[in-house]
Design a binder for this molecule. Sequence first.
Ligand code: FRU
Length: 469
Amino acid sequence: MTLQPLLPDILQAVMKGQSRAQQDSHYPGWHLAPVTGLLNDPNGFIHFQGRYHLFYQWNPLGCQHANKCWGHWSSPDLLHWQHEPIALMPDSEYDRSGCYSGCAVDNHGMLTLCYTGNVKFDNGERTAWQCLAVQNAHGGFDKLGPVIPLPEGYTGHVRDPKVWHHQQHWYMVLGAQDQQKQGKVLLLRSDDLMQWQPLGEIAGSGIGGLGDAGFMWECPDLFTLDDNDFLIVCPQGVAREETRFLNSYPSAYVSGELDYHRARYRHGPLVEMDAGFEFYAPQTTLSADGRRLLVGWMGVPDGEEMSQPTTAQGWIHQMTCVRELSQHNGKLYQRPIRELQGLREDEQHWQGLADDAPVLEAQSLELELASQGPIMLNFADTLILTWQSDGLRLARLSRITGEWQYRYWPGDVRELHILCDRSSVEIFINGGEGVMSSRYFPVHPATLALSGGTNLRARYWSLRSCMVE
Ligand code: FRU
């Protein structure tokens, strides 16, 4: 069977769609977003031979979750990005229902992609292959085909390989669902990326002291910071609690110690990565100077995503800003990378009662706030942050029910660092101890009004746009 070539349709979709998306008042000025169609997970984030590469799940043909290709950007500095040739299209038998998420590695100087070939059958079943592709002299990628078939004991939901090098071997974590419909993370080892030896389950629902923790674990990422081994994962089906795990699916991590020889991972409880309305499928890599960087999808599957108004302009979703990770006592901290300071225009200051603060222009804003609270931050009457003595509450109007919905960050808040870019707000709490990332769709030009009878100190900047070339 020959598959329908996608390229002519993709080209036409980009030619027709790009200017429409970019004229949308909600299109980001400096976050990465699709030129047209739907973007979801970041893939293949790597620093390779002097440049950063970031790939992404992309449906160039529409705003639905279909036709998943790998789009590709590169950058010398994480600030100025350029478009690269589309890296993968679902045009082979083994990836015909989508080139799903995965990673990139430097294999002896060859930029090599490791991704999931997803295959759906007419009877509703599916299978998955873990596949390789290698960069060619033209900057595109040549597929090498599948290297790992569906492992026994699991359903067709096995995907999202993340590969790293450790003590002369390649290791891979894979997201999986077992036959009992429990989410798991598998560990595998290889010497050449071609032959893989399964080492077992290292974490998941019902193991490692977690109890019932969901029916599928997607997008695992395992890395070491100082002496701690962190596993980031997206567990689907974790029970909602009063103040956490409130999105349709969360992104979470555990921290502990991985025994590579016995394939045993001793770890603590699941901690939510981001307490906002939109954050999912983050991926990390090392920077040129050894920092652990993270970028996430500022979206969540299976929630209210399709009610976002940008679909009328032919595009949907964006990435988060790139963040630097650090850890204190096994707890992950996230901060915007320092490179982003390159977007700042003139610095402004303000100090006094929140009620007397000037109304800020919120289209493209960086704001540092120090206070004891209580303060209210009203983003264009569409997104409202309340800073109280027991933590933060973020309220947003549902575009489906018209009701206010809430997200929470419980704890003592001393300072906030906020990044606004047209239709997104990222709130970093206490130097990165917590984060809340959310999309919102205000009438532009959006403003931010502060109120409250409390003193605050503010430093803020308007941020320059940074177009992808
Ligand atoms: C997460 C995810 C991955 C999958 C990809 C498909 O958002 O469902 O598990 O590989 O998206 O686009």
